[in-house]
Ligand binder design. Sequence first.
Ligand code: SF4
Ligand code: SF4
Length: 319
Amino acid sequence: MGNGIMDVNNQTLKENICNMTLNAGFSRVRILARFVFPENSTGALKVRYGSGSPSLLVAALPYGNERNVGSKYAAAEEKEEKHEDIEEKYRAYIAPFAQRNYYKEAVKRLQKLSQTFRRLFGGTNFGCRSGYRIFCNSPIPEKPLALACGLGGAGRNSLVITPEAGSLVIIAAMTLPFPLESDPRYEPRALRLCGTCGSCMEACPTHAIRQEGGIDRNKCIQWYASGNEAAVPQSIIEKWGQRLYGCTVCQDVCPHNKKPIKGTETGEGILPAYVDARKIIAMTDEEIRSFFKGTVMGFSWLKPEHIRRSAGLALKESL
Ligand code: SF4
Ligand code: SF4
């Protein structure tokens, strides 16, 4: 094999790689035999990456539900961080999954693994065909990849549900320079994981979840909180509550997320469970960028005006 890649039994190699990934703290790992971009990839990405790599590792990093119990906006009072004493009506809440930058943590862990894999099994540092390239929260949609190799099944709420940690995971992927065998789909029949359950559909404050599965984005609070440019409709505003970022209702009620799921320890991108909405509204763009830098709310597509808009919607509850 070229590129200094060790010629070892592929099944053994696959087992080693998967075990090492689990040991690095991921709750589940699967392999896609050949990395071909899914249909909804943009043309630009297809051109840039060509036909793909010999195989792709897809892994789930759990953020768990330890801080997710007993609060209307997901556990502000459970957090260990000391908050400023902000009067309840001025609080704008940040969901637990956004209180740490789990994406950055996943990338860091995969980077470290890639160095070990390279040392042990060969390949180059970079490049899809001969090396290790990491995708996480990128324009490349990880969800279809995760479903294709059995990382999880699709829930009615459109999230990937993994057997070990429900949907309380972030998904990351890394190209591998070895032709490994694909893992099978976890659940070939759509929505079988859901059975007769319709809890997320019933609980969604804006009725965004479809009976047949999937979300009507125009009705989803999270979609607007994530920086969608469209004006927020009145029907959504009425259900916004005091959220600054993150609606988790459809995850909170899901039976697959009810067991205790341990989150990953990370010091990356820590945010408090709530901030003072009035302060956010009064901040300049620069101040907002600086406040959220390195956190999940610091991603380039979430602009200061979107964050200010969410703070305004959270504050309107107090008027
Ligand atoms: S994130 Fe919130 S608004 Fe969106 S589908 Fe889930 S429960 Fe509904
Ligand atoms: S709450 Fe029920 S219907 Fe919704 S994703 Fe979870 S199992 Fe499926």
